[in-house]
Design a protein around this ligand. Structure first.
Ligand SMILES: Cc1cc2nc3c(=O)[nH]c(=O)nc-3n(C[C@H](O)[C@H](O)[C@H](O)COP(=O)(O)OP(=O)(O)OC[C@H]3O[C@@H](n4cnc5c(N)ncnc54)[C@H](O)[C@@H]3O)c2cc1C
Length: 430
């Protein structure tokens, strides 16, 4: 049904279809409690998590739906994120496109011994999951359609904001027209370069790494057996993540000049270089689609909140891809912020006030800095040929191989099961 048809039907006074009523209301409403800017995985998770909050939410995404869904990325989804998706009620929808991780093999180049993590180390059924971006985003968008309190505008870009006495005025560009909206709270889920963070004058700390990242999908001759590999080379970590249909995602981190050389290889030479890294255990490898390069950086915002503004996901922090933690931190931010906003709303507090938002800042900024520090240390200690560091990491790997409590502690951090779990992840929605 086209929008024009919906409009015609909606103008009939006897028509009672709820979908039409929602479409009409969504296009007439200009006043919201929460405006989320950025409909990536993190912004969409927050919108879905606010389903039963009693708050009116608008979610803005600048890119057309087809373009945003088609991003050729795949992620390690840790256990906590899977629990949050379960709490939101979309994990079942995601499951057919998600691959479990049954084992993680961790090794250091030049050392034959491997640390093998298995679910028994943690007392869980699996160690995590891997999924493509489109699988996750499509499930979230499907859920958004069922959230009667969420208006999803896409493509729609926030172009201007100005402060009001008890909220924020927003100019939103949609189909060539500027819509004027207002909200009590603005949430920046607009990615690592966050224009909203810049406009608000929130400073960040961090650095670009000397490495960049080559990512690619490959298919192997032999089954991947749901094993994820993290192999540390002096140039940088090299990860293989198992996907459905025996596909794998390669995340190959190396110094920038080396990555340029890798990208200059033709497909046959690239696959041969990959086989050298990979080992022969997977048989012949086939490249599926194009290779892509991503910069790597560590970034932490000095604050996550200001009056009427909260930062979540990459807008607030970014980390090195080792361990695949980035999007998981953002999903946890979204669940934590939803919990705080819902509780504040139920108590009659102003959800955009600094007093309320500081609860989110206190909760998430420290937890995120621990993971940022962990990934940074891991990368620096392993991407190095200095003898004291080689000795230190061999000692670390020996400890992980021989002491089950050490494996348990490492897995708690990587799976997101350490720290304060949002209520959504505990199956308690209210
Ligand atoms: C090579 C690589 C591998 C990675 N692997 C993993 C992994 O295995 N596991 C993991 O957890 N993480 C991984 N990450 C990190 C992960 O990709 C990011 O943390 C995650 O995508 C951030 O999501 P986000 O929603 O915060 O931001 P984004 O995905 O950047 O979304 C921001 C959205 O905001 C929209 N937007 C921006 N400005 C406006 C505006 N003015 N109006 C409206 N919309 C706007 C944009 O169009 C965009 O869709 C990896 C990253 C890299 C580079």
């Amino acid at each position: 049904m086209t929008l024009e048809q919906l409009d015609t039907i909606a103008s009939s006074s006897t028509f009672q279809n709820p979908a039409v009523q929602r479409w009409n209301e969504a296009n007439q409403r200009t006043d919201y409690d929460v405006a989320i800017v950025g409909g990536g995985l993190v912004g969409a998770t927050l919108a879905c998590a606010l389903k039963e909050s009693g708050l009116q939410v608008v979610l803005l995404e600048a890119k057309p739906q087809s373009e945003a869904v088609a991003r050729g990325q795949a992620y390690h989804i840790n256990l906590l994120s899977s629990h949050i998706f379960e709490g939101i009620g979309i994990w079942e929808t995601m499951c057919p496109g998600v691959n479990p991780i049954d084992q993680i093999h961790l090794s250091d180049a030049g050392d034959a011994a491997t640390v093998q993590f298995v679910p028994k180390d943690l007392g869980t059924d699996v160690l995590g999951y891997v999924a493509e971006h489109r699988v996750l985003l499509e499930a979230l968008r499907q859920r958004l359609c069922e959230c009667s309190n969420v208006t999803y505008l896409c493509p729609a870009a926030l172009v201007k904001t100005s402060a009001l006495k008890t909220g924020v005025a927003l100019d939103v560009l949609q189909e060539g027209d500027v819509k004027h909206l207002q909200a009590r709270l603005l949430v920046a889920a607009d990615g690592a370069r966050s224009p909203l963070r810049h406009q608000a004058g929130i400073r960040t700390r961090g650095w670009q790494y000397w490495q960049t990242c080559v990512v690619a999908f490959i298919k192997s001759e032999k089954p991947h057996n749901n094993i994820a590999y993290e192999r540390f080379q002096p140039a940088g970590p090299f990860a293989i993540l198992p996907l459905p249909n025996n596909l794998c995602r390669i995340v190959w981190t190396a110094p920038k000049a080396e990555v340029e050389a890798i990208m200059a290889l033709d497909d046959t030479a690239f696959l041969s270089a990959l086989t050298q890294r990979y080992g022969e255990q997977m048989g012949t490898l086939e490249l599926m689609g194009d290779r892509a390069v991503f910069p790597t950086q560590l970034m932490q915002s000095n604050r996550y909140v200001l009056p009427r503004l909260a930062l979540i996901g990459d807008a607030a922090h970014c980390c090195h891809p080792v361990g695949g933690q980035g999007v998981n931190l953002g999903i946890r931010d979204a669940a934590a912020l939803a919990q705080i906003l819902q509780a504040a709303h139920q108590q009659g507090d102003d959800i955009g006030s600094l007093r309320v938002l500081k609860r989110y800042d206190r909760w998430r900024r420290l937890e995120n800095v621990i993971v940022l520090g962990f990934t940074d240390t891991l990368n620096r200690v392993f991407s190095n040929s200095l003898l004291p560091l080689v000795i230190l990491r061999r000692l670390g790997l020996w400890t992980l191989r021989t002491l089950p409590p050490a494996r348990w502690m490492a897995l708690k951090l990587m799976t997101g099961l350490s720290g304060r779990a949002p209520r959504l992840a505990q199956g308690i929605k209210k």
